[in-house]
Design a protein around this ligand. Sequence first.
Ligand SMILES: [Zn+2]
Ligand SMILES: [Zn+2]
Length: 376
Amino acid sequence: MSDNPSFVLRGVEDVVYEQRPVPEIRDDEVLIEVKKTGICGSDVHYLVAGRIAQFVVEKPMVLGHESAGVVAKIGAKVKTLKVGDRVALEPGATCRVCDACKSGRYELCPDMVFAATPPYDGTLARYYPIPADICYKLPDHLTLEDGAMMEPLSVAIHAVANIAQLRPNQSVAVFGAGPVGLLCMAAARALGASRVIAVDIVPHRLEFARSYAATEAYLPPAPEAGESRIRYSERNAKLMMQTLGIAERGPTAIDLVVDASGAEVSIQTGIIIAKAGGTFVQLGMGSPEIVIPVTTLLTKELNFKGSFRYGPGDYPLAIALVSQGKIDLKPLVTHRFSFDQAIEAFQTTRVGKSADGKGVIKAVISGPDVSPDDLL
Ligand SMILES: [Zn+2]
Ligand SMILES: [Zn+2]
């Protein structure tokens, strides 16, 4: 265990491979040999913009946070894992003592050490040190590639199961058919939703959503010249309700809207189509300030909630649903790259398709010396 090649972001549009020391581990930690890492919009955003909200890249940082790997070394006090265990990694280590941690909402911990969120290094390296209790053993029939997908799936599970508290037989509309939106649809189906409506402005994404987990798909119309966003959203919501037979109340009403797009018009439309007393969960990060129809929100007594990352219990539920065959992660991995091709993986994710024209849902980078075709 002498070398630790790492994929490092030095500044905007500036990435290099560095040979870094093999990390030391504390007594409660394990050292993971990282085998598979999915590329997320946030990783690409740091590469392109050097920041997300208050998180600014000020010193070189290893990228990557959606990972799975094999335990290479265990700390003196670790009893739950052994060398050779195949695990999915929660990429955020929490402080365990603050109010948020103690009240069971550790995603809100102010002292979170989150992989590839400045100033903390990410997982695109041969080795990554991590507390043992946030590593989850994978059943033998799941691959390490499935394991890397548990992070975005847990983000979806958090929104749908935990924040929204979806119940069987409820109706769900998901705005945005990117990776997290698709996983929200899959989570809703797995948890017994009777109706899962996919909304996106890109027809081929909708087509995929329909084949993957959605029961219906809706393509919004183009805005008219001079139409304000809120007037457009009102028109769009009306059309959507007519087209799909959505009522304001009763069995054909929408119990839960999840916005996984971050687009202002999607959020506005979602608030208008949600049923009275329904739930709206904001998951997509888009423009930081938007106009919302607040009177509609209050007269319908909507539960308008934010959802950030994942929390306690989300990883185990994600792994269980995939293990039971209720969610299939394989169709979402569209592109695979070797460790040496990390730059190409980022470029492909950024452009949204590879040179052969194939659209990207999720690109996965293998660890050093691991073949991209071996899902492990
Ligand atoms: Zn992510
Ligand atoms: Zn904390």
